[in-house]
Structures are given as C-alpha cells and as structure tokens.
Write a new protein. Structure first.
Length: 95
C-alpha cells in the first residue's frame, strides 16, 4: 500500500542546501518511504511516536499522521539530528 508523504518545510529547506547527489538520495528515500521501505527505526524515550529513516549520513525524522499518511518533519546530519529535533521541534509541539 502506498502512503502519502507530507514533506514539511524544514525538510525542504535542508534538502535545498545539499549537493545534487545527496538531494537525489533524499528524493529517492522519500519515494521509498511511501512504501515504508528503507532503514526505518522507531525512536524511544522523549521521541517515542516518531521514526527515523537513514539516508546515508542523514536522518529523516517522520511520524504517521494517520493510517494513510506520513509527515516528514525534520532532516539533518546523523551527528546532530536527534538533539536538534528534540530541542527545537518537540518544545514547539508541547507549547
């Protein structure tokens, strides 16, 4: 079953700054995410309810919006993605 992937603005902004080959990899990963393909893992603790998709050295944070759609929320390098996402975006969601 193909799901709808809703790509949020932070993902677009980050992807626009990537070199062409990395941008293509992100685009391919988003297409695969429609079929729930790729290295997907559920996040834990403060980030439970969110998932990550590994795209080379980058990580895409997403969540299931409903039974038919996925929201791609945040994209960043692996070394920073979880801390930045937790501090910036979860704080906004909780307020």
């Amino acid at each position: 079953m193909n799901l709808t992937v809703i790509v949020k603005e932070p993902v677009y902004e980050f992807a626009r700054r990537l070199p062409p080959e990395h941008r293509r990899a992100v685009k391919q990963a988003l297409k695969g995410l429609r079929r729930e393909q790729g290295d997907i893992r559920a996040l834990e603790q403060n980030l439970s309810g969110y998932y990550r998709l590994r795209i080379g050295k980058y990580r895409l944070i997403f969540r299931y919006a409903d039974a038919k759609s996925i929201e791609a929320i945040f994209l960043e390098e692996r070394s920073m993605v979880y801390e930045v996402f937790e501090s910036q975006f979860l704080a906004k969601l909780k307020s």
